[in-house]
Every structure is written in C-alpha cells, then in structure tokens.
Design a protein around this ligand. Structure first.
Ligand SMILES: [Zn+2]
Length: 250
C-alpha cells in the first residue's frame, strides 16, 4: 500500500445513498485507471496515469459502484487512538485514558478498580495518539526482540538485525542479508501469534523457502503454530484499523 503520491483531487462518491470519500491520485507509471477501497478507512482511491483526466477517473469509479459496495463490506472501520478508546494489547483489551497531570508519556495500569487494564497517557491531549503509538512500538520491539533471540538461540543462528516498522503488506520478513523485519501491529495480537511470526522469520535463517523442512523447523519452535496462522488469517486484517485516523475531506 503506497501513500507516497499526492492526492490530485478529493471528492465524494455516492454509493447506495452513502457519501464515501473519493481520492484521485496521479501515477505516471500506471497504465490505466485503477480503483480500490482503502481497507482501513473505507475511502475509494482511483489512480490515473494522466493528470488531466480527473473527470474520467471519477466516472470510472462510478462505473464500478457495485464492486465498490461489495468491497466496502470488508472494511474494518478505523479506530483512532483517543481518550476512551479500547484497543487490544497482547490480545487483551485495554482502555486508553488521558491523564493530563501524569508526567510520563504512557503508563499501563492493571490493578485496583479497572475492569480492563488501562493505558494512562500524560501531557497535552493533542499528542495522545503519537504517545500511544510510540509506546506500542516500543512494546512490540521488546517482545519481538525477546522472541527472536529465544528462537535464534534454539536453532543456533543469528539475525544481522531486527527492525520493527509500519509495514502493511506483511507481518514479518527475512532478507538475504539475514535482517528480520516485523510489523509493530503484532503487539495487538495475542502473544503466541507474535511469537509464531518471530519463529517463522527465524526459521527462514535456516531455510529460505516454505518447504517441508522449513515447516518442521517452525513446528519445533512453536508446536501450536497452525492455530496462530489461522488467527492471523481471520483476525489479522482487523489489526490495521487501530490508531488510524479516518480520512476526512476538510
Ligand atoms: Zn515465510
């Protein structure tokens, strides 16, 4: 999912009476119009190879209305980080609370009268989304480092580096230079799911393919891995909705 090209035009598209944000982008490398639904925000994106045919791009989107309506049924509605929002952390729901007087950025509170653990976020409320994101990324990095090092020690291998970043296409990857990279959004998933993704990438340090030996290695590291795989398949897409600000047209 690339968000590098600037919007050429923003509009709304009427889909069965609902006004849906429409974004037209220009990409000189596109060969034709491309229409898609942003699975996080539900907005319709049209890419055009030519800056001058915005109108044609919009009518192209219109002509795909039925398909767009169908696609939009799969959208996980965005849940921004804000005071009162509930987000999963390591698979357990947490309530975000703004505590202006608190000095530290984010503190996890689980004792006392809370029905669910809470994330207390200090400082100006404007910075709350950024503070929650930074904290979650740190937690993801700590958990992934721990899992990777444990599995790497079991296989007697070493990654060249471990990176945790915002990647929407894959949960993890292993490069030919033995660098492992992961999505920070794994912190929303249950711990065994994050651990499976770590084990999967570590196993690629031994087998750079998805052959039978590779899966035997994964199984040795995480015997219950098929469950984690199934969880990612069914629940994984929804992890992209957290902390995303819905697209507005102001
Ligand atoms: Zn793989």
């Amino acid at each position: 999912m690339t968000k590098t090209s600037r919007a050429l035009h923003m509009d709304t598209l009427s889909l069965r009476g609902e006004q849906v944000p429409l974004v037209v982008r220009h990409n000189p490398r596109a060969r034709r119009f491309i229409v898609r639904v942003d699975m996080t925000t539900g907005a319709v994106h049209v890419t055009t190879p030519n800056k001058r045919n915005v109108k044609a791009a919009i009518s192209f989107a219109h002509s795909h209305a039925d398909w767009l309506i169908e696609q939009r049924q799969h959208v996980a509605l965005a849940e921004p980080f804000c005071d009162g929002a509930r987000i999963p952390v390591r698979g357990t729901p947490h309530l975000i609370r703004h505590v202006e007087s608190q000095r530290c950025a984010v503190r996890r509170v689980s004792q006392g009268d809370c029905d669910v653990p809470e994330l207390h976020v200090g400082g100006d409320i404007t910075f709350l989304p950024r503070r929650v994101t930074d904290w979650l990324k740190q937690q993801a990095k700590a958990d992934l480092n721990q899992s990777v090092l444990t599995h790497a020690a079991a296989l007697n291998v070493r990654p060249s580096r471990i990176t945790v970043r915002d990647q929407s296409s894959r949960w993890g990857s292993c490069s030919s230079t033995r660098a492992l990279s992961f999505s920070w959004r794994l912190i929303f998933a249950p711990t065994d799911v994050l651990d499976y993704v770590a084990a999967h990438e570590v196993a690629h340090l031994v087998h750079m393919n998805h052959g039978a030996q590779f899966w035997r290695t994964v199984e040795k590291l995480v015997p219950t891995y098929p469950q984690a795989m199934r969880w990612l398949e069914t629940e994984g897409p929804a992890l992209h909705k957290y902390g995303v600000v819905p697209l507005s047209l102001d």
